[in-house]
Design a protein around this ligand. Structure first.
Ligand code: GDP
Length: 451
């Protein structure tokens, strides 16, 4: 994500000389480059100017601690300013009122219909609330059908009236649905127009939503910012959801929308799948922009997919040395649930810009799986030892060479041995601290990951 801006920022930070303090003079070049990088990434001109001004004020006169490199001190300040600009903390929607009514609005193709389903799934999963969707996009011919398909995918009812042309009638007939949360999908237009604003104003008066959320297509850069501003002026939005943050999205909209509208950024869509949706976190976004991975969402993902109980059980088995092929298979399944190895690796600090070839890792996982599937139940449970005859049979069953089976069995045994030897893996504080010190020595600006 944000490849362009991330790379440019990293280039800027490597220009500092070895002087001990920041001065107006020695940061001139870096500040100018920050400004150009921001403008180039489609950040709103005023927003970029204010941000650069604040960075400059903070940097000049900042004492650089001895153990900190100047580059890291500068990055820390840019990082803090970016976080401030995007709202400091997470600002998620509240669902205390029943029903909580949420109206989604935005231009055509911004991702409103898809976001309805993503949002509904998220609310059900994270807040255990029932959700209904109401189809008010009567302009786009296939919009109702699309919402119905997506609604079925996330198992959420969709209220729609086929052949009705007036969204006000549909809204009125939807009445008070018996549900905790109602999300209204509204029509967009190719561009801003009075007709659309009039339609939304009427719906606002009729529905009296608790939240009016603007869906911003970040792929459209500066345009999304201007559109957000116009929507806010006409119908007073409560906040925004950013979409299309995957792929080659430029960071401009993400950085500017909150500042220009003064309204919070609630969530973000990071892919086409209904599960590609998460709370917008200013710190995580600043990390991604600066090419520091996305530890915040990686940890959230792990917590969501792997229960505490499961991970504790696995750890205990590893320590006792009773870890079996069955356990390994379980662990691989957990990893798969979290997404592709490549996607996960990209969330690690330092990996975002790298052109990764993880196909080896993915295919090795597949081979491992094939080998385990070719074992008997007793072999998987570690009751029957894998003698040569058994290995030959497994190789045949998995369609791989005997050499590959030997290699994998050896790796598995090494893994078990290593786990057993790790002194008190469960409470290996010393080890964790040594690792932390080593990481910090190399990258002092990662300190916040350990806080
Ligand atoms: P609407 O006209 O505002 O309702 O937009 P849609 O929900 O129909 O989305 C337009 C297109 O963008 C569809 O093909 C969606 O699958 C796709 N889309 C929506 N959100 C995202 C996202 O976060 N990332 C990507 N890559 N595609 C998205």
């Amino acid at each position: 994500m944000f490849n362009g801006l991330t790379e440019k920022f990293q280039g800027i930070f490597s220009v500092f000389s070895k002087e001990s303090a920041f001065t107006e003079e020695n940061i001139k070049d870096a500040v100018k480059k920050v400004r150009l990088a921001l403008l180039d990434a489609d950040v709103n001109y005023k927003v970029a100017s204010n941000l650069v001004k604040r960075i400059k004020e903070k940097v000049v006169g900042t004492e650089v601690e001895k153990q900190l490199k100047k580059t890291d001190a500068f990055i820390n300040i840019v990082h803090e300013e970016l976080i401030d600009l995007m709202g400091k903390e997470e600002s998620a929607v509240e669902f205390k009122k029943t029903p909580t009514k949420i109206l989604l609005c935005g231009l055509q193709g911004a991702g409103k219909t898809t976001t309805c389903a993503k949002f509904a799934q998220y609310i059900k999963r994270e807040h255990s609330k029932s959700v209904s969707l109401v189809a008010l996009d009567l302009k786009r011919p296939a919009a109702i059908k699309q919402l119905q398909i997506l609604g079925a995918e996330v198992d959420v009812p969709v209220f729609a009236i086929e052949d009705e042309k007036d969204p006000n009638i549909v809204a009125a007939k939807s009445g008070e649905l018996d549900t905790d949360v109602i999300i209204y999908d509204t029509a967009g237009r190719q561009n801003l127009d009075d007709d659309l604003m009039e339609e939304l104003s009427c719906l606002k008066n009729l529905i009296k939503p608790d939240y009016i959320i603007f869906v911003a297509n970040c792929g459209s850069g500066q345009q999304a910012v201007n559109v957000a501003k116009a929507f806010d002026e006409k119908i007073q939005i409560s906040g925004s959801i950013l979409t299309m943050l995957d792929g080659g999205a430029r960071a401009g909209a993400a950085i500017s929308i909150r500042e220009v509208t003064g309204k919070p950024l609630y969530y973000e869509g990071v892919g086409e799948k209904v599960s590609d949706f998460q709370v917008f976190n200013p710190k995580s976004m600043a990390d991604r922009i600066l090419g520091m991975g996305d530890m915040i969402n990686l940890v959230k993902k792990m917590k969501r997919e792997i229960s505490d109980e499961d991970s504790k059980k696995m750890e205990e088995k590893m320590v006792k040395g009773s870890f079996t092929y069955d356990d390994l298979l379980k662990q691989m399944k957990m990893l798969k649930k979290m997404g592709s190895l490549k996607g996960l690796f990209k969330m690690l600090p330092g990996a975002s810009g790298a052109d990764l070839d993880l196909s080896g890792g993915e295919s090795q996982l597949k081979t491992f799986e094939a080998v385990i599937f070719s074992m008997t139940r007793r072999e998987r449970a570690g009751i029957d030892d894998l003698a040569m005859g058994r290995k030959k049979r497994i190789a045949k069953g998995a369609g791989i060479s005997l050499g590959s089976v030997n290699k994998l069995v050896k790796q598995f045994k090494q893994m078990k041995e290593m786990a057993k030897k790790m002194p008190g893996m469960k409470k290996n504080i010393t080890g964790a601290n040594a690792k932390k010190t080593a990481i910090l020595k190399k990258n002092p600006h990662f300190n916040r990951f350990f806080s």
